[in-house]
Write a protein that binds this ligand. Structure first.
Ligand code: NAD
Length: 355
């Protein structure tokens, strides 16, 4: 059985814990421990998942016999814990973005190669069935050669203002939101990005003392002339109907595909809460026929994919064969980071950046 630890047990680390806890009940992994700087987080997650806590990830890596770790620390804090985990001989799943510099990504990839570590990056948008269907149609040629496209991903202001005001200034709509879709569009098109141009505005969050961009608009040119614009922001009103508004469209020589990744067709309006849409595709909490709580959705599948891959490798499978599949490897993490870094370079100097 694969023995796993988690580093970073905040908002998204909770998703890692839910997934691994479920896989543990299925007898596929042992969720051994959680490392987090915050004693309050360790206590809360211990209550919920019965998981042993460490305040120092290095101590967890030393004390516990782990085969693998999953990492959900803030974006800027991926590099050190990922390198430490690799150097301790653990296979690693890292939340997007792999790191916030291309050099950091390359250092991680090189360390994984040297230590013969399996390295995966969690880009969960790849696991959304509507996104997979779009990729299938594009790759079959049903839309013809893609000429242009448009993406939007926008969070409610609660995300940078209430969820993590402490590290929002070290992130941006490009790093927190854009990378999801920079990766997704590159994966759907199977084309490499060539140039990036971006503009952005700092106003609302800066006014609240959170020094980061409110919104960033980006145009990326891919191979063979396909251009896609990406609108990203995290200042949607508190009473917007979902935490995240998202979707995209691609227009080709022979067809068009449009995906509303936010409004999946279910809405409620409750006293005190107001209008809400529900994206059950991401995470659906269910009861099985015995009354046990289970979870399904692409937010779970993308993390479970790491365990599938470790099982594949344990049975003698070659990790190289996973390249080009739904699994995002180190090279995919590097590609998305290069796009986001180019977005920020363009924001700073107002120029078109060659990748
Ligand atoms: N929140 C989301 O909707 C979401 C979605 C997809 C991906 N992600 C990614 O997940 C990662 C975590 O984001 P989040 O929203 O959970 O942030 P968060 O602030 O809620 O949680 C981060 C946790 O990491 C802990 N931490 C920080 N440095 C650490 C260290 N050196 N060792 C151990 N623990 C450390 C913090 O104490 C905190 O509990 C980010 O990379 C983010 O981009 C988040």
């Amino acid at each position: 059985m694969i023995k796993i630890g988690v580093i970073g047990g905040g908002k998204f680390g909770t998703n890692h814990l839910i997934t691994l806890n479920q896989l543990e009940r299925q007898g596929r992994v042992k969720l051994v421990a959680l490392a987090d700087l915050s004693p309050a987080i360790l206590e809360a997650q211990n209550k919920k998942f019965g998981v042993k806590g460490y305040r120092d990830h290095q101590e967890m890596l030393r004390q516990e016999e782990l085969d693998a770790v999953t990492i959900a620390t803030p974006d800027f804090a991926h590099l050190q814990v990922t390198l430490d985990s690799i150097r301790a001989g653990k296979n690693v799943l890292v939340e997007k973005p792999l790191d916030i510099t291309a050099e950091g990504c390359r250092e991680i990839i090189q360390a994984a190669q040297e230590h013969k570590i399996f390295l995966e990056v969690d880009f969960h948008k790849r696991y959304d069935p509507y996104h997979q269907e779009t990729k299938r149609l594009v790759q079959e040629g049903a839309l013809g050669e893609i000429q242009y496209g448009y993406v939007h991903m926008e969070d409610k202001i609660i995300v940078p203002r209430d969820w993590f005001p402490g590290w929002a200034p070290r992130s941006s709509p490009a790093w927190f939101l854009g990378v999801h879709f920079y990766d997704l569009i590159r994966w759907i098109l199977k084309k490499e990005p060539k140039t990036v141009f971006a503009t952005g505005i700092k106003r609302v969050l800066a006014g609240l003392g959170i020094d980061t961009y409110d919104s960033i608009q980006t145009k990326i040119e891919f191979e063979t002339g396909t251009t896609v614009t990406f609108d990203t922001s995290w200042i949607l009103p508190d009473n917007f109907e979902a935490v995240v508004n998202q979707g995209f469209r691609l227009v080709g020589d022979k067809g068009i595909a449009e995906v509303d990744s936010q409004d999946r067709g279910m809405r409620t309006c409750l006293n005190q809460v107001g209008m809400q849409t529900h994206n059950l595709g991401f995470l659906q909490e269910k009861k099985d026929k015995w009354g046990n709580t289970t979870f399904a959705g692409y937010g779970i599948e993308s993390i479970a994919d790491f365990v599938d891959n470790l099982e594949f490798i344990n049975k003698g499978g070659d990790a190289q064969q996973l390249s080009g599949t739904i699994t995002a490897l180190g090279a995919d993490g590097l590609a998305a980071t290069k796009m986001a870094a180019a977005v920020h370079e363009s924001l700073e100097n107002g120029k078109i950046i060659k990748i």
